[in-house]
Write a protein that binds this ligand. Structure first.
Ligand SMILES: [Zn+2]
Length: 421
């Protein structure tokens, strides 16, 4: 991938980038280094208004869509050329950190400003995008699934934050459910999507590596399982005669761990909640509703894990004389990152003299939703101590600048050579 010499010398403006980062970290600040900006809450809308102001102040075109995604657009390609998206999200988990999301949005904005100031023409247009509700306060990866066209009216009815939260959030932001479904983009209009993010784990920091080039994002499934037995007197029913839903659910939780450890390398399973009903000292549990999530790095393994876990749930239910009800609540396929994007990141890191390693993401990101739409790529920068979704989240500023420069240089490589694999 040969790159124009003037462009290989381009670096982001570290001071402007830092001033933006610190101004943004002050919106919804919790006073302990963290921020509280759940999607479409007042502080989140304030952060978005601030971003919009920065976009117009830079002389870039501001764009928003039916899902409330906010963008800066730089028309630096020929008429009718596709757009290369760069971005992340400005929302946070409740009482989260200040790096998760904003780093990628501000690096994207800074990349557009540098290309604009250099006055160069590329083969694509550039767009720095802030996706709505990546963290799933209302609905996980809301803005990016809307843009990818995979968001459905049915899925919105089961929004994981609950209907009332979704409706209130949309109303605050002046959005509608019908509008959400209009945000879909034509794949032909996009050259790709690149995202800079903090690692949210300790691997890069421990290995003292500057950049992690993501090879793929884990698939995630969530299920509600109900083990159904019979309520009886806990004192007068013999141990042999009980149909105890608590035993089936507990046996399944232990079995899920064993199955993954023994037969599914690289996968994880989590039983995050069990609700006992009626739930009393002296009544044998009639029903237990169990929240199961599992993740796998590749499609065949993911489906096999699903099969084996469901078989095990049925077997444990049978063993304790129970019924079993199964409800699938969420399914996101594992998403491989584009080879072209990975190569652009590797070449950019090499050119900048940065150490890099390829790694897999066990956490979900907007890049995952977009993988069905266009070539996507992602890099991580080191998280000190691996902390994330916490005010303790911290990335050294030099690492933030490195990440932004790799993003800029990888975008230029894709913008010059054309992103289609
Ligand atoms: Zn994030």
């Amino acid at each position: 991938m040969p790159v124009d010499e003037a462009l290989t010398a381009l670096r982001i403006d570290g001071e402007r980038f830092r001033a933006d980062f610190e101004a943004l970290a002050g919106i919804g600040a919790t006073g302990d280094g963290g921020v509280h900006r759940p999607a479409l809450s007042e502080p989140h809308l304030e952060a978005r208004a601030w971003f919009r102001e920065r976009v117009t102040a830079a002389g870039l075109r501001f764009h928003t869509d039916g899902a409330g995604n906010h963008s800066a657009v730089l028309a630096c390609g020929p008429a009718g050329a596709p757009t290369l998206l760069l971005g992340s999200h400005l929302d946070s988990v409740p009482y989260g950190g200040r790096f998760d999301g904003p780093l990628g949005v501000l690096a994207a904005l800074e990349a557009l400003r540098m290309v604009q100031e250099a006055g160069v023409s590329l083969s694509v247009h550039l767009e720095a995008i802030d996706f709505t509700d990546e963290e799933g306060t209302l609905f996980g990866e809301l803005g990016s699934t809307a843009l990818a066209g995979t968001l459905t009216a049915e899925a919105l009815r089961e929004s994981r934050g609950g209907r009332a939260t979704l409706e209130a959030g949309l109303a605050r932001a002046g959005l509608t459910e019908a509008g959400l479904l209009t945000a879909r983009r034509d794949p032909a209009s996009l050259a790709g999507y690149l995202e800079l993010h903090i690692e949210q784990g300790p691997r890069l920091a421990d290995a003292q590596v500057d950049i992690g080039v993501v090879t793929g994002i884990v698939g995630m499934a969530s299920y509600r399982l109900a083990f159904v037995g019979r309520a009886d007197h806990a004192g007068t029913t013999s141990m042999a005669d009980r149909r105890d839903a608590g035993l089936g659910a507990s046996a399944f939780a232990l079995a899920a761990r064993e199955v993954v450890i023994d037969d599914f390398p690289g996968c994880v399973a989590n039983v995050g909640d069990m609700r006992f009903a009626p739930g009393a000292f002296n009544i044998i549990p009639a029903q237990v509703a169990l929240a199961l999530e599992f993740r796998a790095p590749e499609p065949a393994l993911f489906r096999r894990l699903e099969e084996v876990l469901m078989e095990r749930a049925r077997a444990e239910a049978q063993r304790f004389g129970l019924g079993l009800e199964v409800e699938r609540l969420g399914w996101l396929d594992p998403a491989p990152m584009s080879k072209v994007a990975q190569r652009a990141f590797v070449e950019a890191a090499d050119a900048l003299g940065l150490r890099h390693v390829s790694l897999f993401s066990g956490a979900g990101h907007d890049a995952q939703s977009l993988a069905s739409l266009c070539p996507v790529g992602m890099i991580f920068v080191p998280s000190v101590g691996g902390a994330s979704h916490s005010p303790r989240e911290f990335t050294r500023w030099a690492d933030c600048v490195n990440g932004a420069n790799v993003l800029l240089q990888a975008a230029l490589r894709m913008a010059i050579d054309g992103a289609r694999p």
